[in-house]
Write a protein that binds this ligand. Structure first.
Ligand SMILES: [Ca+2]
Length: 362
């Protein structure tokens, strides 16, 4: 389902400028370790989920205890080369490559909203224009932008086979993972893997500020959004494995591209989970609610991007939560997949044309 583009722009701008439970057997599944090339085994365990300290925002609070089964996780964000294999094998068209349908857009707007202009009902996506000539950077809807040309007509993937695929909607990310016999991680799985055993630390590498010492991640350096000095070497995406992995061997769990997770977004998810004691394998809420845009269902993405800076959202913190409607695609958002016992064997990919809603999303 496509969202109204103006809403999507507002969502993204607000993000930038800020800038369930299943049964738990008690027995870990660490014995289940199929051959999973390109993935890292994340042993099950218990951790404190959420943020604390001055950087943590309200939707990251309170910290609460979560217990997870083990799972496999992709070592890197899904790259352009990998995503190309998927599209060639399936003839899959991403959300951004399809013209939005007016009736679907209107269904997500507040009652009484005016229809969007006809020029917006064409394939395209949201692009962050980098600052230049004294002008600050900013987000804009750009016809023709897609994962194949992330910054619109004239851009390309030349030399970027090993960069993360961006301009993928949540539907696109879920479809790719399904094609591989995998799925998107839950928020809890994502944060547990990002922390890599470092309890209550602000960053995936520990306590040190992101811009102290050698670059630790692909982020933004300088006064956002006016100047990016790119002292980490990259103005936009970087090749996978350009920066040190975390303690679990996972690359880019901070910075480079935001990563979609499976879960719906609610601002009060953690308040509700904290009431349950230790939560086993949380799957996120049953539905979405963002008090800032209550008519627009949103999924969570994690990990921050090359646009994140401490002066705004510091989204590269492992507890930082971001959200967007599942049909939104962005020039700084990609994904990675996970694999759990019993999940792969039961998955059969179906082309999008026969599968309007890959996971039952309204
Ligand atoms: Ca950078």
């Amino acid at each position: 389902m496509r969202a109204e583009r103006r809403i999507a722009v507002r969502v993204v701008m607000s993000l930038v400028m800020c800038l369930g439970v299943e049964s738990f057997s008690g027995a870990q599944t660490s014995e289940w370790k199929p051959h999973a090339p390109g993935m890292v085994w994340i042993a099950g365990g218990e951790f404190s989920m959420g943020g604390q300290g001055e950087l943590a925002r309200s939707d990251e609070r309170p910290t609460h205890r979560v217990r997870l089964h083990g799972f496999w996780m992709d070592t890197t964000e899904v790259t352009n080369a990998q995503f190309r294999q998927f599209t060639e094998a399936t003839t899959y068209l991403t959300t951004a490559e399809q013209a939005p349908k007016l009736e679907e857009l209107m269904a997500q707007l507040p009652p009484g909203s005016k229809p969007p202009p006809a020029e917006m009902l064409v394939p395209g996506s949201l692009v962050f224009t980098l600052p230049a000539n004294g002008d600050m950077g900013g987000w804009e809807w750009r016809p023709g932008a897609s994962w194949r040309q992330p910054f619109g007509p004239g851009s390309s993937l030349a030399g970027k086979d090993d960069h993360p695929a961006v301009q993928v909607s949540w539907f696109d990310a879920a479809a790719y993972c399904q094609w591989e016999g995998k799925r998107l991680p839950t928020e809890a799985e994502w944060e547990y893997a990002a922390r890599a055993g470092l309890e209550d630390k602000p960053y995936v590498w520990g306590d040190d500020a992101p811009e102290s010492g050698a670059p630790r991640a692909n982020t933004w350096q300088g006064p956002f959004p006016f100047l990016n000095s790119a002292t980490d070497g990259y103005l936009t995406t970087s090749p996978a494995r350009s920066f040190p992995p975390n303690a679990y061997g996972l690359y880019d769990m901070a910075g480079n591209a935001w990563e979609w997770t499976q879960d719906w977004y609610r601002a009060d998810t953690y308040v509700q989970q904290a009431r349950l004691g230790v939560v086993d394998n949380p799957q996120g809420p049953d539905s979405s609610y963002d008090p800032h845009e209550p008519t627009l269902p949103k999924r969570v993405h994690r990990g921050g991007s090359y646009l994140c800076h401490a002066s705004y959202c510091s989204g590269y913190r492992p507890s930082a939560r971001m959200k967007a409607s599942p049909d939104t695609s962005l020039s700084h958002t990609g994904f990675r997949c996970v694999l759990t016992e019993g999940q792969a064997a039961n998955t059969t990919y179906q082309p999008r044309s026969s599968q309007a809603s890959p996971t039952g999303c309204p």
